[in-house]
Design a protein around this ligand. Structure first.
Ligand code: PGA
Length: 241
């Protein structure tokens, strides 16, 4: 794993935005995997700015987001689909049909997970996948436990994860769904290149275990040690001593 450390989270966000825009310049039909959460907000702000400044053409880019809440309609308040529309898609010329998203309100959630895996495969796989990391070491919504799921699946969210998502539901924990759909560990590991970003002191314990191992399902991000092209971008606060 390549580790890049930045003094400030704003510098990290700018560097990651430049990496993504450079990748689209080189490969206009890039397949991009995208995260939500608090950490990527600065990244999406930098991405909007850099995309506008450089006149980046998103007309052939395709995206797949990592996860979505169960029981939340696409675009409903609190949904990750609404977050992405607000933070990125409204600001760039990506065609709506090129946005890949899990539908947490689908009648048959298992079928929806299968559809998503096939859509990613049909797109040729993910070229560049951006990840955050939970304080408990989850990536996407692959939560710590005795086992991990390879493919896109339905998952129960742990209390810490639900608490971390209160902000999207007006701060009301009771409104945070208890389940989500998420790309699985193989879906993630099959991406050609991965960038994981972490900021803030609260992420130090998870980052430390991710970097130093041992590889364990109790800290899903440790599996990134097995991938051949991972960049870990940290601000100083999130860097283990
Ligand atoms: P956060 O979430 O950016 O809101 O801390 C990261 C994650 O859970 O992957």
């Amino acid at each position: 794993m390549i580790i890049q450390t930045f003094e400030y989270d704003t510098a990290l966000a700018g560097a990651l935005a430049t990496r993504v825009i450079d990748a689209i310049d080189r490969q206009p039909n890039l397949v991009l995997g995208l995260p939500t959460g608090r950490t990527p907000l600065l990244f999406y702000a930098a991405l909007r700015d850099e995309s506008r400044a450089r006149g980046t053409d998103w007309s052939r880019v395709r995206t797949f987001n990592l996860d979505e809440f169960v029981g939340v309609a696409p675009g409903a308040p609190g949904s990750y689909r609404a977050y992405m529309q607000r933070e990125l898609f409204d600001a760039v010329n990506i065609p709506p049909a090129a946005v890949g998203f899990l539908d947490g309100s689908a009648a048959d959630l298992d079928a929806e997970c299968g559809r998503y895996e096939r859509a990613i495969a049909t797109a040729g796989g993910i070229d560049l996948l951006i990840l955050g990391i939970g304080t408990n070491g989850h990536i996407g919504f692959n939560e710590p436990g005795p086992g991990l799921q390879p493919h896109t699946h339905r998952v129960g969210l742990l209390p810490a994860t639900r608490a971390g998502n209160r902000a999207w539901f007006g701060g009301d924990l009771d409104r945070v769904p208890g389940e989500a759909l998420s790309m699985g560990m193989a879906t993630i590991m099959h991406a050609r290149a991965i960038v994981l970003m972490a900021t803030g002191a609260g992420k130090v314990p998870a980052v430390e275990r991710m970097l130093r191992g041992p590889i364990t399902t109790e800290l899903p991000a440790t599996f990134l040690q097995l991938h051949r092209d991972v960049t870990v971008m940290l601000d100083r606060a999130a860097s283990p001593r």
